[in-house]
Design a protein. Sequence first.
Length: 108
Amino acid sequence: MAVNVIPISEAKKNLSAVVSEVEKEKKVYCIARNSRAAAMLVGIRKYNSLLERIEDLEDIRDMLEAQKEPKKSFEQNKRKLEREELGFKAYNIGVVGSLSRKELYSER
């Protein structure tokens, strides 16, 4: 992808023609101010394509980071759920400590 560099003064004078080239000929322009890149002018299709690529790369990055996180074992998750269930039943019954574990796990 070739990038055409033009000064901002030229871009102002010929904006309609520059936009037409971007739109029809798929050209890309770097608009310079004081000999430094100030802005890029790309067609809408190219812009949307770049946004989609960025989103895809962010999704891949997030997936790779998630894979690095330590995974809990089945037993760890099971114990956590049991503790939460035990606490929920004890709270609902209103008697913590006076019921046996068997009573807490029985259906009421």
